[in-house]
Ligand binder design. Structure first.
Ligand code: ATP
Length: 461
């Protein structure tokens, strides 16, 4: 049998252990859609909480927001999405499979300029077409390149269908931040420079969703927009870049799996753009997070289209200006995949090969698992249940009495549980239990009445 790639193993683990399920699976599955299962939603929530703590809780000049997904359709005109949010599409003439031309060119070592017109990209595609094959049927006969808009359109309001108002699902989450720039200033003590942070859903009609959570059609983005005085962007931009990279390191991502990439071709309004890339299994280094210096484009556009003055008046100097914006934007699915890939390890413990997720304790879906040594000894089971009930309000805790203890350890290793507590016969005599460490497999005995404090201490470090 052929050895599975690491990506295939991660996808299989996600399914087997209830992290990620294919969207609409019982109907045959829907491309680019995934559902987060019981452990997946815990990891996702922990990632969001860690990100929120970093960008809102421990800051003095960042403010949180959660804006409505449906927005006035003019928002997407002002932002440039209705006219310019598109990817170059071509179709296989034989089997009609759609390909995203710039990505297929990239796969054969040709980087297309982001500013290229359809015609220019078409010419580049024709030049290199001999090297590009349909991912499904392998032929290389393709239709001419055309721009394909990624916005997802729907209707709202009138259900008779006669006066339906077309609205768009958000193509990116950050627009809600620009719309509330003035509200946040008017209702808080925000003074430029300051930031707004938001986690929100986005929807994109991706031409070819692929690589598991890396490219999906429904995604969630964690964004910050930092507002600065025009031209006072450089120091803040460097700080933000430094902090974002360090955050991944602090959360446990290995340094050699992260790197920077500067955009060679900027969109017309941007002054600088960098990506933090992660070394995704199978895919290699690819974009994890974008950090963009967007100048005054967003507030100027929304000011123009809404007719509302979105300039800022400095309360000390009286100076009036439209702030420049420094943005960070990361897809939580990509973040999830990066953390999962980085934590995924196969090692040997006690002579046995095992799979273990070496997640930082703060990210682990379950912090503590409690086991009775034997399922058929009621006194062990009831003691273990009692301990489980004590820990449950403090930590995400799981009780397990299925199979032998070794098998239960393996299961917890696979979902990344940092500590397992086992109640054995000694526990009934001297009021102690064992705590087993996920990473080393080492065990120590602690008094039951000290258990919570010991676990709190261990999980903190
Ligand atoms: P790409 O070039 O890969 O299509 P992008 O440059 O269009 O991505 P942005 O619009 O800058 O991406 O979005 C910010 C972040 O949102 C990305 O860094 C990525 O983490 C995430 N993201 C974008 N598109 C997707 C998607 N289809 N699926 C999952 N995450 C995505």
């Amino acid at each position: 049998m052929q050895e599975l790639t690491t990506m295939e193993k991660i996808v299989a683990l996600c399914k087997r252990r209830g992290f990620i399920y294919q969207g609409s699976e019982i109907y045959g599955g829907m491309a680019g859609m995934y559902d987060f299962g019981p452990y997946g939603v815990e990891l996702l929530n922990n990632l969001k909480a860690a990100w929120w703590k970093e960008h809102v809780q421990i800051r003095e000049n960042y403010f949180g927001l959660d804006s409505a997904m449906f927005k006035d359709p003019r928002v997407w005109e002002a932002s440039g999405h209705t006219s310019g949010f598109s990817d170059p599409l071509s179709e296989c003439k034989k089997c009609n499979t759609r390909i995203r031309v710039d990505k297929e060119l990239e796969n054969v070592g040709v980087v297309a300029d982001e500013k290229m017109s359809e015609v220019e990209l078409g010419a580049l595609f024709t030049e290199h077409k001999a090297k590009i094959h349909c991912p499904k049927c392998g032929t290389n006969e393709f239709t001419p390149v055309r721009a394909f808009n990624l916005l997802v359109k729907t209707n709202m309001g009138d259900f008779t269908g006669e006066n339906q108002v077309p609205v768009y699902l958000p193509g990116e989450a950050c627009q809600g931040i620009y719309l509330n720039f003035k509200n946040v200033i008017d209702t808080t003590r925000a003074k430029v420079p300051f930031g707004i942070a938001q986690i929100g859903k986005a929807f994109r009609n991706e031409i070819s969703p692929r690589n598991f959570l890396f490219r999906t059609r429904e995604l969630e983005q964690a964004d910050t927009q930092f507002f600065v005085r025009p031209h006072e962007n450089k120091d803040a931009y460097e700080r933000i870049k430094r902090e974002r990279f360090q955050w991944y390191r602090n959360m446990g991502i290995r340094e050699d799996n992260l790197r920077w990439k500067q955009h060679a071709n900027l969109v017309f309004y941007a002054s600088d753009a960098w990506d933090i890339e992660y070394n995704f299994p199978t895919l290699g280094f690819d974009e994890l997070e974008g950090i963009h210096d967007r100048t005054d484009y967003d507030l100027t556009q929304h000011g123009k289209y809404s007719g509302v003055d979105l300039s800022y008046t400095d309360p000390h100097t009286g100076e009036k200006y439209v702030p420049w914006i420094l943005e960070t934007s990361v897809g939580l699915g990509r973040m999830f995949l990066a953390f999962l890939s980085d934590a995924y390890t196969e090692d040997k413990l006690g002579g046995e090969t095992r799979t273990v997720l070496r997640l930082a304790p703060s990210l682990a879906p379950i912090k503590v698992a409690v086991f009775p040594l034997l399922k058929n000894k009621p006194e062990l089971v009831s003691k273990a249940k009692e301990i489980y009930k004590t820990l449950q309000p403090i930590f995400m805790t799981e009780f397990d009495d299925n199979g032998n203890v070794g098998k239960r350890y393996r299961r917890q290793d696979e979902i990344g549980t940092p500590y397992c507590v086992t109640v054995d016969f000694e526990s009934l005599e001297d009021g102690t239990v064992t705590i087993r460490d996920r990473d080393t497999g080492s065990q120590e005995r602690v008094k039951i009445d000290k258990l919570t404090a010991v676990l709190l201490d261990k999980l903190k470090s």
